[in-house]
Design a protein around this ligand. Structure first.
Ligand code: 5GP
Length: 120
Protein backbone atom coordinates (compact mmCIF):
# COMPACT_ATOMS: atom_id res chain seq x y z
CA UNK A 1 0.00 0.00 0.00
CA UNK A 2 1.28 3.42 -0.92
CA UNK A 3 0.30 5.68 1.96
CA UNK A 4 2.17 8.69 0.58
CA UNK A 5 -0.54 11.06 -0.54
CA UNK A 6 1.88 13.07 -2.61
CA UNK A 7 1.83 10.24 -5.08
CA UNK A 8 -0.92 9.90 -7.66
CA UNK A 9 -3.48 7.12 -7.31
CA UNK A 10 -5.93 5.57 -9.70
CA UNK A 11 -8.40 8.30 -8.66
CA UNK A 12 -6.29 10.91 -10.46
CA UNK A 13 -6.85 8.96 -13.66
CA UNK A 14 -10.56 8.79 -12.89
CA UNK A 15 -10.62 12.58 -12.38
CA UNK A 16 -8.78 13.13 -15.67
CA UNK A 17 -11.09 10.56 -17.40
CA UNK A 18 -8.08 8.47 -18.47
CA UNK A 19 -9.92 5.67 -16.68
CA UNK A 20 -13.67 5.57 -17.25
CA UNK A 21 -16.08 5.61 -14.33
CA UNK A 22 -19.79 5.91 -13.82
CA UNK A 23 -20.05 9.54 -12.79
CA UNK A 24 -22.97 10.57 -10.60
CA UNK A 25 -21.95 14.21 -9.98
CA UNK A 26 -19.11 16.51 -10.97
CA UNK A 27 -18.15 20.13 -10.42
CA UNK A 28 -14.86 22.02 -10.44
CA UNK A 29 -13.81 20.73 -7.00
CA UNK A 30 -15.58 17.42 -6.48
CA UNK A 31 -16.26 14.19 -8.39
CA UNK A 32 -18.70 11.42 -7.42
CA UNK A 33 -18.66 8.06 -9.19
CA UNK A 34 -19.88 4.52 -8.57
CA UNK A 35 -17.59 2.17 -6.67
CA UNK A 36 -16.29 -0.60 -8.92
CA UNK A 37 -16.91 -3.16 -6.15
CA UNK A 38 -20.18 -2.04 -4.56
CA UNK A 39 -20.93 -3.11 -1.00
CA UNK A 40 -24.56 -2.00 -1.16
CA UNK A 41 -27.12 -1.30 -3.93
CA UNK A 42 -25.95 2.32 -3.75
CA UNK A 43 -22.19 2.72 -3.32
CA UNK A 44 -20.77 5.97 -4.63
CA UNK A 45 -17.37 7.52 -3.90
CA UNK A 46 -17.19 11.29 -3.42
CA UNK A 47 -13.70 12.69 -3.85
CA UNK A 48 -12.06 16.09 -3.89
CA UNK A 49 -9.98 16.89 -6.93
CA UNK A 50 -7.07 17.59 -4.56
CA UNK A 51 -5.14 14.65 -3.18
CA UNK A 52 -4.50 15.35 0.52
CA UNK A 53 -5.87 12.73 2.88
CA UNK A 54 -7.32 13.33 6.35
CA UNK A 55 -3.88 12.66 7.80
CA UNK A 56 -2.34 15.47 5.76
CA UNK A 57 -5.01 18.08 6.38
CA UNK A 58 -3.33 19.38 9.51
CA UNK A 59 -0.44 20.43 7.31
CA UNK A 60 -2.72 22.12 4.82
CA UNK A 61 -3.49 25.19 6.97
CA UNK A 62 -7.20 24.72 6.29
CA UNK A 63 -6.84 25.76 2.68
CA UNK A 64 -9.18 22.95 1.72
CA UNK A 65 -11.86 23.81 4.27
CA UNK A 66 -14.51 24.91 1.82
CA UNK A 67 -14.04 21.91 -0.45
CA UNK A 68 -14.18 19.55 2.53
CA UNK A 69 -17.59 21.02 3.34
CA UNK A 70 -18.65 20.61 -0.27
CA UNK A 71 -17.93 16.87 -0.03
CA UNK A 72 -20.78 16.49 2.47
CA UNK A 73 -23.15 18.54 0.34
CA UNK A 74 -22.28 16.31 -2.61
CA UNK A 75 -22.83 13.19 -0.47
CA UNK A 76 -26.34 14.52 0.16
CA UNK A 77 -26.88 15.30 -3.54
CA UNK A 78 -25.76 11.77 -4.40
CA UNK A 79 -28.11 10.25 -1.80
CA UNK A 80 -31.01 12.23 -3.25
CA UNK A 81 -30.15 11.31 -6.86
CA UNK A 82 -29.85 7.65 -5.90
CA UNK A 83 -33.12 7.67 -3.97
CA UNK A 84 -31.71 6.87 -0.54
CA UNK A 85 -32.23 10.16 1.28
CA UNK A 86 -34.28 8.31 3.91
CA UNK A 87 -31.19 6.38 5.01
CA UNK A 88 -27.60 6.35 3.88
CA UNK A 89 -24.15 6.07 5.39
CA UNK A 90 -21.08 8.23 4.74
CA UNK A 91 -17.75 6.59 5.58
CA UNK A 92 -14.12 7.64 5.37
CA UNK A 93 -11.54 4.89 5.81
CA UNK A 94 -8.34 6.64 6.83
CA UNK A 95 -5.06 4.78 7.11
CA UNK A 96 -3.91 1.18 6.99
CA UNK A 97 -5.72 0.00 10.14
CA UNK A 98 -8.99 1.44 8.79
CA UNK A 99 -8.60 -0.58 5.56
CA UNK A 100 -7.95 2.43 3.34
CA UNK A 101 -6.79 1.05 0.02
CA UNK A 102 -6.69 4.14 -2.21
CA UNK A 103 -4.70 7.02 -0.73
CA UNK A 104 -6.78 9.86 -2.10
CA UNK A 105 -9.45 11.16 0.29
CA UNK A 106 -12.86 9.70 -0.51
CA UNK A 107 -16.28 9.50 1.13
CA UNK A 108 -18.15 6.26 0.63
CA UNK A 109 -21.89 6.91 0.26
CA UNK A 110 -23.73 3.65 0.96
CA UNK A 111 -27.42 2.87 0.93
CA UNK A 112 -30.26 0.91 -0.60
CA UNK A 113 -30.24 -1.85 2.03
CA UNK A 114 -30.37 -2.13 5.82
CA UNK A 115 -26.85 -1.32 6.99
CA UNK A 116 -25.44 -2.82 10.18
CA UNK A 117 -23.71 -0.97 12.98
CA UNK A 118 -20.99 -1.16 14.12
CA UNK A 119 -19.12 -2.10 10.96
CA UNK A 120 -16.47 -4.81 11.22
P1 5GP B 1 -10.96 2.42 0.57
O1 5GP B 1 -10.78 0.97 0.90
O2 5GP B 1 -9.66 3.08 0.26
O3 5GP B 1 -11.78 3.15 1.61
O4 5GP B 1 -11.88 2.46 -0.72
C1 5GP B 1 -11.39 2.47 -2.02
C2 5GP B 1 -12.55 2.12 -2.90
O5 5GP B 1 -12.21 2.41 -4.24
C3 5GP B 1 -12.94 0.64 -2.86
O6 5GP B 1 -14.27 0.51 -2.41
C4 5GP B 1 -12.74 0.16 -4.30
O7 5GP B 1 -13.72 -0.76 -4.72
C5 5GP B 1 -12.81 1.45 -5.09
N1 5GP B 1 -12.03 1.45 -6.31
C6 5GP B 1 -10.73 1.06 -6.43
N2 5GP B 1 -10.32 1.20 -7.70
C7 5GP B 1 -11.38 1.68 -8.39
C8 5GP B 1 -11.57 2.03 -9.76
O8 5GP B 1 -10.68 1.92 -10.60
N3 5GP B 1 -12.80 2.49 -10.12
C9 5GP B 1 -13.80 2.64 -9.21
N4 5GP B 1 -14.98 3.10 -9.67
N5 5GP B 1 -13.66 2.32 -7.91
C10 5GP B 1 -12.47 1.84 -7.51
Amino acid sequence: INADTNNPTIFDKIISKEIPSSIVYEDENVLAFRDINPQAPVHVLVIPKFRDGLTELGKAEMRHGEILGQLLYVARIVAEKEGVLDGFRVVINNGVSACQSVYHLHLHVLGGRQLKWPPG
